[in-house]
Ligand binder design. Structure first.
Ligand SMILES: *[C@@H]1O[C@H](CO)[C@@H](O)[C@H](O)[C@H]1NC(C)=O
Length: 216
C-alpha cells in the first residue's frame, strides 16, 4: 500500500489540504464551552479510531476503491452527522423523521407564516434548519447515498446520537409530556446551530492522518 501511494503525492497533498481546511482546532478559551456541548463524551470521542480502507470502500458498496472513496467520504460523513442531528432533533420533539428531500429554499419564513402555523409540527416544519446539503440541490450526493454512511456511523460511532440526544433533551423542558410551545422549538433549533463542534470532532478522529497512514 505504501508503494502504491508513493507515486501519488499530489493526491495525498490534495486530501490533506481538503481535510485540514475544516479541521481547525478550537481556541483554548472556547474549550470549556465545547466540552459541555459534548455532554462529557470527550473521552469516547477521543477513542474513535480512523476509518480503515475497507470501511471507506464499504460505504460505497464496493463500487469505489479507497482513493476515490476517501475524499468523498470526508464530505459525506460530515453531512451524515448533520443528518443524524436532524433526526435526533425531531425525536426529541416527538415528531416524525425528516421529510424526503425537496429543493433548497433559503427564504426565511415570515412572521405571519410562523404566527399562523396551525400545529407545533407545522411550526417546526417552518423553523427546521434548511441545509443545502440535505436538499435535491446537494451537488455532491443523492439522498440515497446517505443511508450507508448513517448506518456506518450508528454502528461505529454511536456516541454521535448519544450526544445529540443529550443536548436536545437538555434544552427541552423535562416536565412536559410533549413540547407544545413555540419558544422551546426556537431554542432547540438554536441548539442545532452548534452541532459543528460534534461533526468536526468526529471528522478529526475518523480522518486522523497519522492513523490513516499507519493503516495503509
Ligand atoms: C420557501 O420558504 C418560504 C418560507 O417558509 C415559503 O413562504 C415559500 O413558499 C417556500 N417556497 C417554496 C417554493 O416552497
Amino acid at each position: 500500500m505504501r508503494l502504491l501511494f508513493a507515486g501519488n503525492s499530489m493526491l495525498i497533498l490534495f486530501i490533506i489540504c481538503l481535510s485540514l481546511g475544516t479541521n481547525a482546532l478550537p481556541a483554548p478559551n472556547k474549550l470549556h464551552k465545547i466540552t459541555k456541548g459534548l455532554c462529557d463524551k470527550e473521552d469516547e470521542l477521543a477513542k474513535i479510531s480512523c476509518m480503515s480502507v475497507r470501511e471507506h470502500e464499504q460505504i460505497w458498496g464496493g463500487m469505489l476503491k479507497y482513493q476515490s472513496a476517501y475524499p468523498l467520504n470526508s464530505v459525506l460523513i460530515k453531512q451524515a452527522v448533520e443528518h443524524i442531528a436532524r433526526e435526533e432533533l425531531r425525536k426529541a420533539l416527538n415528531l416524525p423523521p425528516p421529510h424526503p428531500w425537496g429543493h433548497y429554499n433559503s427564504t426565511e419564513p415570515s412572521d405571519a407564516e410562523l404566527a399562523s402555523a396551525p400545529t407545533i409540527e407545522a411550526y417546526f416544519d417552518l423553523k427546521e434548519p434548511r441545509l443545502l446539503s440535505h436538499s435535491l440541490d446537494n451537488t455532491y450526493f443523492f439522498e440515497h447515498n446517505f443511508p450507508p454512511a448513517i448506518e456506518f456511523l450508528d454502528r461505529r460511532v454511536p456516541v454521535i446520537r448519544t450526544i445529540f440526544n443529550c443536548r436536545f433533551s437538555k434544552v427541552r423542558p423535562l416536565d412536559s409530556a410533549g413540547v407544545t410551545d413555540k419558544k422551546t422549538i426556537d431554542r432547540m433549533v438554536d441548539e442545532f446551530s452548534n452541532i459543528g463542534t460534534v461533526s468536526n470532532r468526529v471528522k478529526e478522529r475518523l480522518f486522523d492522518f497519522q492513523c490513516v497512514f499507519n493503516n495503509l
